[in-house]
Design a protein around this ligand. Structure first.
Ligand SMILES: Cc1ncc(COP(=O)(O)O)c(C=O)c1O
Length: 392
């Protein structure tokens, strides 16, 4: 064998069956082979388990899929390359021309874009309501045969809480599937509700360190198998190295989430008492209009805290720029704290009526709370609020 041949057929370094790695290795391989054509064919016909091509499946992804499905309390999971890929690929796999989607004004911007601008090009119609509009939801589902209800809870950025029992009851009654983007609440929340499909951005709490992107679609086996062929064909596959990092992140998911939630609550109480803060949005605060609903539905209240500064864009910019421990950045759910000032908060595409429903005001700031010491975060917020309103 010449050296050029040798490096393309490297010697195996297999482990004996009684000698195991504590951390599953990354299967950074696109291809998997069987011993012969017959076994390959048996796999391709679904007659035996195995792996063949990583766009379809890969052992590193499979371990993470089983972990996340188990946590969310469903049978199966499909991993894709980002959170938005879960929304787009699930919607495309579940809808056909002429179908109708019920979505919400308070939903994540790209979700609204998908429904309003992309799916509409393929003949899928929609209605956008407020997530708080219980009567409207019942009316919409009664009046229009609806394929999907696509919702979130808590919503971004003002943490409104969806009444999941109400939504799922009326969706089930009218033969409509519920798809919940559960990114803000996490895998340990909402599994006991009659939600058909959960979506998660793994870029947030699952990875936890802001260094990798991913998404998970979690549902019963029948639904996942029904979507699999379409989604694999769309090609949003997660890379095995990303899956490995996310699996590693999951080891500390609960420790991080608990700590971030405790910090978020402490920060919320501090802000609620601050004279320069008009209103704080965090479901853990008793003053949150849906605190009781959040308490019934969730085991904790999440790690996003938004608030309305007693000021506008300029004060918001000065506040964000004065912070030491909060970086001005998008996303949430990592170990470090982040801030989104009013100028960057988005929602520019809202109509005046939708903006009023969104509760995003001229001084709305979103914080994503990390695992730092709560005292340090509060001291930092305090000095930044002082500087935001100091005479210039
Ligand atoms: C609720 C929600 N869903 C989905 C996403 C998209 O996730 P990704 O950035 O991984 O595409 C985000 C990102 O901020 C989000 O907040």
């Amino acid at each position: 064998m010449k050296h050029n041949t040798f490096v393309n057929h490297p010697p195996p370094a297999d482990l004996a069956p009684d000698n195991r790695a504590l951390v599953a290795p990354i299967y950074q391989s696109v291809k998997f082979s069987f011993d012969d054509t017959d076994e390959t064919l048996r796999y391709l016909k679904g007659e035996r388990a195995g792996f063949y091509y990583s766009r379809n499946s890969n052992p590193t992804l499979r371990q993470l899929e089983l972990t996340l499905a188990g946590l969310q309390g469903r049978e199966d999971c499909l991993l894709v390359g980002s959170g938005v890929a879960t929304i787009a690929s699930a919607a495309l796999a579940l809808c056909k021309q002429g179908d109708h989607i019920l979505a919400f004004i308070e939903s994540y911007g790209p979700t609204r874009w998908l429904v309003q601008h992309l799916l509409s090009r393929y003949g899928v119609t929609h209605e956008l309501l407020s997530i708080e509009d219980r009567t409207g939801i019942e009316r919409a589902l009664n009046e229009t045969k609806t394929r999907l209800v696509l919702f979130e809870s808590p919503t971004n950025p003002v943490t409104k809480i969806a009444d999941i029992e109400h939504l799922t009851l009326h969706a089930r009654r009218t033969g409509c599937l519920t798809v919940m983007d559960n990114t803000f609440a996490g895998f340990h929340n909402h599994g006991r509700f009659d939600v058909d499909i959960f979506l998660h951005s793994l870029t947030k709490y699952a990875s936890g360190h802001g260094d990798v992107m991913g998404g998970a679609i979690i549902a019963n086996r029948e639904l996942i198998n029904g979507m699999r062929k379409d989604i694999v064909t769309l090609g949003p596959t997660l890379d095995p190295h990303a899956a490995f990092l996310i699996q590693r992140g999951m080891r500390t998911y609960f420790l991080r989430y608990e700590r971030q939630c405790a910090n978020a609550l402490a920060v919320s109480h501090f802000l609620a008492d601050h004279p320069r803060v008009k209103r704080v949005f965090h479901p853990g605060l008793e003053s949150h209009p849906q605190h009781a609903l959040a308490k019934r539905q969730m085991t904790d209240f999440g790690t996003v805290v938004s608030f309305e500064l007693d000021g506008g864009i300029q004060e918001g910019n000065r506040f964000a720029e004065a912070l030491e421990f909060f970086s001005i950045a998008a996303s949430l759910g990592s170990t470090e704290s982040l801030v989104v000032p009013p100028a960057l908060l988005g929602g520019q595409e809202y109509t005046a009526e939708q903006r009023a429903v969104s509760l995003i005001g001229r001084g709305t700031v979103r914080l994503s709370i990390g695992i730092e010491e709560a005292d340090d975060l509060i001291a930092d917020l305090s000095q930044a609020l002082d500087r935001a309103f100091a005479a210039v």
